[in-house]
Design a protein around this ligand. Structure first.
Ligand code: GLU
Length: 459
């Protein structure tokens, strides 16, 4: 099980209770009461909406498909978060992911609250026409609770620009004459989307790593050497060393991480392995990522599945079992596929010193504690994969003004926003006993609590 977001929120509140800089206005009994209020507010969603979409299939049968929209908290702005199409979707998971969105937005100073949607289905089992109907039904069933200033969905696992375009189209039909560009983000560019949105999550994930191992390390080398902290030692141990990388997942996030790593001139790194739902491809001297991307583009998104396909594509790589990627001898591991990938059964075999979470919750709670105690540097989801929602925010702003930024401007703003967060959470991570995940949560919870207090919601 992924680490329960509610439990980390509780732990963050406990840590903040003893911090004199946290809400100094509240002392003694009032402080205890406020802490109890915060516990119940932040660990519970505001609303859980559930519907059973009535979908006519092409074979003439009508099915009911369960769908959710969880609105966790909107103290910082309109609810915001993706819609996931996956067979493993369940209410608990959607609540957990909606909570994570509230915290992610608070951490990165994105003026939105947190929400998440989910539909229990495997997109591969439906035709394009059926998926179109499912998207329209989702908007029809939830039309009263979504909207540019209420709740703004975006893509997530199993959904993309295509689904957002369809959904915005339906929203527009249901609300004629009203503004609609801000009702969904992650749309195609021609349909009001933003340059740089498709690559934003992957770019941000790689940037969270590059910033730590280059910009931050260089600027802080002297005090890091004195700090004595075990993560600082591990960071310095990798100073100017050539780094090997393995990337789990070669979709919208993993392939962009791979490309960023491949073309990075600041760090001497090589991508020795990538994997998808079929296979791991390995090459000790580094894989040709642009060539692999070309291949996946013309082969339904899949990596070559065997030696024959690898040779036919003119690639230099050895095929290995899909699972093998996680335990390879590599310095850095990017997890850009599904949740719960590192767990009790494989955590002892993880060799990487650095693990970056491109997906949401790819490490179980137990494995997270184990790896953290071993001194592994874990750059958590809430920090690393916020590029998507940050550029969603830029898309929403551009839609409001109907003024559009260039790709260069979008990437610049994305990096500036993330850099600002890194500057807040990296220094304490290398000098205090909390993990980076805990530091991020504490920072986000502090912001949410302060705003709740100032808006008079704690008494
Ligand atoms: N689904 C993405 C996430 O989990 C993006 C959400 C958004 O852009 O609103 O962060």
């Amino acid at each position: 099980m992924a680490k329960n977001t509610g439990a980390i929120v509780q732990a963050s509140l406990d840590a903040l209770f003893n911090d004199s800089r946290f809400l100094p206005e509240l002392q003694d009994e009032t402080r205890e009461k406020a802490l109890r209020s915060l516990r119940s507010i932040l660990s519970t969603p505001n609303q859980v909406h559930k519907s059973f979409l009535r979908v006519p299939l092409e074979n003439g049968e009508v099915v009911r498909i369960p769908a959710f929209r969880v609105q966790h908290n909107n103290i910082l702005g309109a609810y915001k978060g993706g819609i996931r199409f996956h067979e493993s979707v369940n209410e608990n998971e959607v609540v957990n992911l909606a909570t994570l969105m509230t915290l992610k937005n608070a951490l990165h100073d994105v003026p939105f609250g947190g929400a998440k949607g989910g539909v229990i289905l495997s997109p591969r089992n439906y035709t394009v026409r059926e998926l179109h109907i499912i998207c329209k039904k989702y908007v029809q069933y939830f039309s009263g609770i979504i909207g540019p200033d209420k709740d703004i969905p975006a893509p997530d696992m199993g959904t993309s620009e295509r689904e957002m375009d369809w959904m915005m189209g339906e929203y527009k039909s249901i609300h004629p004459g009203q503004s609609y560009l801000g009702s969904f983000t992650g749309k195609s560019i021609i349909n009001g989307g933003s340059y740089g949105r498709r690559t934003a999550t992957g770019k941000g994930v790689y940037y969270s790593f590059r910033y730590m191992f280059h910009d931050f390390l260089l600027a802080n080398k002297t005090w890091l050497e004195k700090s004595g902290n075990m993560y600082a030692k591990n960071l310095l141990g990798n100073y100017e060393k050539p780094l090997t990388m393995a990337i789990q997942g070669f979709g919208n996030v993993g392939s962009i991480v791979a490309l960023e790593a491949f073309s990075c001139s600041k760090i001497n790194n090589k991508v020795i392995a990538v994997s998808d739902h079929n296979i791991t491809l390995y090459h000790s001297e580094g894989l040709n990522i642009p060539k692999l991307m070309e291949y996946t583009k013309s082969n339904g998104g899949d990596l070559p599945k065997n030696k024959k396909e690898i040779d036919a594509a003119g690639l230099d790589a050895t095929p290995l079992e899909r699972e093998k990627l996680l335990t390879l001898d590599t310095d850095v591991l990017f997890l850009a596929a599904l949740e719960d990938q590192i767990h009790q059964k494989n955590m002892q075999n993880i060799n990487a010193t650095v693990i970056v979470e491109g997906a949401n919750a790819p490490i179980t709670g137990l494995a997270d504690d184990y790896l953290k105690d071993k001194g592994k540097i874990i750059i958590p989801d809430i920090l690393a994969n916020a590029g998507g929602v940050i550029v969603s925010y830029l898309e929403w702003l551009q839609g409001k003004d109907t003024q559009f930024y260039t790709e260069k401007e979008v990437n610049y703003r994305l990096y500036e926003k993330m850099k600002h967060t890194f500057e807040v959470v990296y220094p304490p991570y290398f000098s205090d006993p909390f993990s980076l995940r805990e530091n991020c949560y504490i920072h986000a919870v502090m912001k949410l609590s302060t705003v709740l207090f100032k808006q008079g919601k704690l008494y």
